[in-house]
Design a protein around this ligand. Structure first.
Ligand code: GTP
Ligand code: MG
Length: 590
């Protein structure tokens, strides 16, 4: 949502009567009016036409906020936000009016995974503090409460004096199949898929708010700590329901040490706890945060400490938003990886539709799963798509080495001796001369990997070249920043063969679709038909399409594409069949 300048809103008298007041867009400072049903318009009565994007902008190469600026602004927005759990029947207009007394509202959004929830951003932090000051502690009755003054609030039931007035404005059109049918070509289907599945403005705000709420808790024990989101929540490849990856940033201790060395005139230093190594410190911190979440905060549950994995992680669910969260510590290289993927997503408008389509295809064919195992991950799939786009002639996207060459001095970043530098000003990247359609590229992807010599060659998106294998695992995708690591080390031979076989099948299906009659499914529809489950394959190894009726298959697909880890029956079913959580975690493959 954000700035309404992209919207066309006809302002009529009735709307003005329902106007809640003037607000300001948090992103660009644009002033506009907001109405009780959530609609917005500019402060003048003039109808604003939707912005016509120049060609450069449509190609995604226009000057825009850098990734780092965008992250900082989002965290700032989140710091000025509160989350309120409302009664089932709430008068949204009255509630917003009463909250406006605390400060100007910059943005709000009602949503309901289970209950009616309100995410509201004030223009200034004062608004949040004022609301917190006005809040009562609940009456404990015979129990004992811990006075936690967080920004997750409950609107008590006795305020529920208004009739039900829920708006349907935030409900997302759920019919994926209909959306695919409505398009007349594969390119349209792929673009429609992104629109249908991508994170909305509200999803993103909610994710940053969860980081901010978690940071409130963590700063109680370590005041300088920061919680940063990474992974698909910020790399532009996230779909609704994807997990929220966060890392607890303890700051750069080397910089800290250098800074303190400068203060030679001071004979004082902080008394701190020392650990044997960084890993032990990380495990300890995550364990303490896990205890905090479990015992102090009412909004986090299903806490699972996975501390012995290669990359120790704390897993939990933020129950008001139903978001599955993974918290790691000091994972700055992963944040650089997210920035790099985010840059690739912006350099050419075809990257996102292709990555979304391949991820959805793999999910539908049960090549990927919401639980870890010997199968390919979404991260590896994304790297496969990027590598393929580098191989096209002319290439659709540049290599990481090229992004590094374009970097300015301020972009220079070395983390734990790993050079993670890439250009932050994406307007410096020359748009590709490749004019292939999305359908061509999709087909090309399946052809490419349907015959790729995985046993001899590895994939490297830093150089954009295949290279001789350096390990004996079935598939080698070199980590672009830490080249001695293989991102796909977890993938076993059976899963690789299955991926290759299904790629060949998909290529054939796309080839044959022109012979199909109009009432048969075609294009992306055929590709998204369900494959056998991991469990089924583990027992019979068959690669054939699951023999369920077509409508059912699409319903299943819809559920699997939309479900989160927790709510996914397939994930639960597969848990018994996969490695225990401790043995397979993010980056563990390497
Ligand atoms: P989703 O499946 O939508 O959650 O995609 P994702 O990109 O968020 O993947 P995931 O949650 O598995 O991992 C989050 C981030 O961790 C990725 O975007 C990568 O930056 C990083 N990551 C994941 N797996 C690996 C790995 O095997 N090696 C390395 N180096 N980084 C990884
Ligand atoms: Mg993720």
């Amino acid at each position: 949502m954000g700035c309404p300048s992209r919207w066309e809103v006809t302002v009529n008298m009735a709307m003005y009567m329902r106007c809640l007041g003037r607000l300001r867009c948090g992103a660009c400072g644009f002033r506009f009016r907001v109405f009780s049903d959530g609609k917005r318009c500019s402060t003048s009565k003039v109808v604003r036409k939707p912005e016509v994007l120049p060609e450069s902008k449509r190609q995604g190469t226009c000057q825009r906020k850098t990734f780092v600026q965008e992250q900082a602004d989002r965290l700032e927005q989140a710091n000025n936000s509160i989350l309120i759990k409302c009664p089932q029947k709430v008068n949204q207009h009255q509630l917003l009016k009463s909250l406006e007394r605390h400060g100007n509202i910059a943005h709000y959004h009602f949503f309901e995974p289970f209950k009616t929830m309100l995410l509201l951003q004030f223009e200034r932090r004062d608004g949040v503090l004022s609301v917190q000051q006005s809040c009562n502690m609940p009456r404990p009755g015979k129990r004992f409460l811990l006075p936690n003054r967080s920004r997750f609030l409950l609107m008590s039931k006795h305020n529920d004096e208004f009739p039900d007035k829920r708006s349907a404005e935030n409900e997302r059109p759920h019919n994926l199949l209909q959306m695919l049918k409505d398009h007349s070509n594969v390119d349209g289907q792929l673009e429609g898929l992104v629109q249908h599945m991508q994170l909305t403005e509200e999803d993103i705000r909610l994710r940053f708010l969860v980081c901010s709420l978690l940071q409130d808790l963590c700063t109680a024990i370590l005041p300088s700590v920061q919680i940063q989101p990474f992974g698909s929540s910020v790399n532009l490849f996230g779909r609704v329901g994807c997990d929220l990856d966060m890392f607890l940033d303890l700051g750069n201790l080397n910089i800290e040490r250098k800074r303190t060395r400068v203060q030679r005139d001071s004979s004082l230093e902080f008394q701190v706890k020392m650990f044997r190594c960084e890993r032990v410190a990380t495990q300890t911190i995550l364990s303490v945060v896990g205890n905090l979440l479990q015992h102090i905060s009412p909004s986090f549950d299903s806490i699972q400490k996975v501390l012995n994995a290669r990359c120790p992680v704390l897993r939990f669910c933020h129950s008001p938003s139903n978001l599955n969260c993974d918290l790691t510590a000091s994972n700055r290289i992963a944040l650089c990886m997210s920035e790099t993927l985010n840059a690739f997503a912006q350099v050419d408008a075809r990257v996102r539709p292709l990555v979304f389509a391949i991820r959805c295809w793999a999910r539908a064919q049960n090549l990927t799963s919401t639980v870890s195992g010997a199968w390919i991950t979404n991260f590896s799939l994304t790297l496969l798509v990027l590598f393929f786009l580098q191989q096209c002639s002319p290439s659709v996207i540049p290599t990481i080495s090229h992004l590094r060459k374009l970097a300015d001095r301020i972009d220079h970043r070395v983390i734990d001796s790993v050079n993670c530098t890439i250009v932050s000003d994406l307007s410096k990247i020359t748009p590709s001369n490749n004019k292939q359609s999305l359908e061509d590229l999709l087909h090309g992807f399946f052809d490419f990997y349907g015959s790729f010599p995985f046993q001899k060659k590895s994939i490297n998106i830093r150089t954009g070249q295949v290279q001789r294998r350096s390990d004996d695992s079935p598939m080698e995708i070199i980590n672009p920043f830490e080249e001695n690591l293989n991102v796909s080390k977890n993938v076993n031979k059976r899963q690789l063969l299955h991926f290759v076989e299904l790629s060949q099948n998909a290529s054939l299906k796309l080839e044959k679709q022109h012979q199909l009659s109009s009432n048969q499914s075609w294009g992306l529809m055929t590709l998204l038909q369900h494959g056998p489950t991991q469990q089924a394959r583990a027992t019979d190894g068959a690669a054939s399409i699951h023999p369920t009726p077509k409508v059912e298959r699409f319903t299943d697909l819809f559920h699997s594409l939309w479900s989160t880890k927790q709510g996914n029956p397939e994930a639960k079913q597969q848990t018994g069949n996969s490695s225990p959580p401790e043995s397979k975690q993010k980056g563990q493959s390497e």
